[in-house]
Design a protein around this ligand. Structure first.
Ligand code: SAM
Length: 215
């Protein structure tokens, strides 16, 4: 029998309360980052990796978007996101799948949002998955967490979140850039945002197979 992924043991309510905690403040920051990059690229075919409860989906320009796909390993997260957004976003397609093992091509996205997902998956496999699920020239926006000497998963008193600590892997920015390049995703920009607990988020923007030299 295969082990159940830890994420299937964490109620969405626990995850969201943890992320909203004033010492953590991550849900709000991720929401504003999602808004910023959606407005910047105004995409037509969107893919959200590890969509969780759909934080930030309200910022999609639904008149412009042709398809919106969200993937998560936790079926109950998918169901809750469908309840929250299904009636407002008709193009929304939510898929319960494991990015670590899926070889499927669900979509051809021109914009991918992947916040705090690479910490929990095999990065190379994730890029293989992205190659199959994106168009040439697609924009990939990845947010990773930098701990700056603080523990990976902050103590907010929500016990189920302690489970995540066992599978959390710090993603090294340089290693990520190299792996991305190997799969044809070139870095075009990045930003750092500092959180209340001194951790920070690095948000990296990549373009797929952009041949522009000296970028
Ligand atoms: C730290 S949360 C980030 C959620 C959301 N992107 C955000 O920024 O709030 C990680 C999410 O990825 C999902 N996840 C973890 N491993 C996964 C996998 N192997 N395949 C698909 N989803 C996964 C979890 O269920 C969870 O919803």
């Amino acid at each position: 029998m295969t082990d159940i992924n830890v994420w299937n043991k964490i109620p969405l309510n626990d995850y969201e309360r943890h992320m909203q905690h004033h010492d953590v403040g991550q849900l709000q920051l991720l929401n504003s980052l999602t808004k910023k990059y959606l407005q910047k690229w105004n995409p037509e075919r969107l893919l959200f990796l590890g969509i969780s409860g759909g934080n930030g989906l309200e910022h999609i320009d639904i008149k412009k978007a042709i398809s919106i796909c969200g993937i998560d390993i936790n079926k109950s997260y998918i169901e809750e996101t469908r309840k929250r957004f299904g009636h407002k976003i008709k193009q929304l397609r939510l898929i319960n799948a494991d990015i670590n093992s899926s070889n499927e091509s669900f979509v051809k996205a021109d914009f991918v949002w992947g916040a705090l997902i690479l910490e929990y998956v095999d990065i190379e496999h994730c890029f293989e998955f992205l190659q199959k699920n994106t168009t040439e020239g697609a924009i990939l926006v990845i947010t990773i967490q930098s701990n700056n000497g603080v523990e990976s998963v902050s103590q907010t008193g929500i016990k189920s979140l302690n489970l995540v600590e066992d599978i959390f892997k710090v993603v090294d920015k340089e290693d990520l850039k190299q792996k991305a390049l190997k799969f044809g995703f070139n870095l075009i920009d990045y930003e750092e945002n500092i959180l209340p607990n001194r951790k920070s988020f690095f948000t990296l923007e990549f373009i797929k197979n952009d041949k522009t030299p000296n970028r």
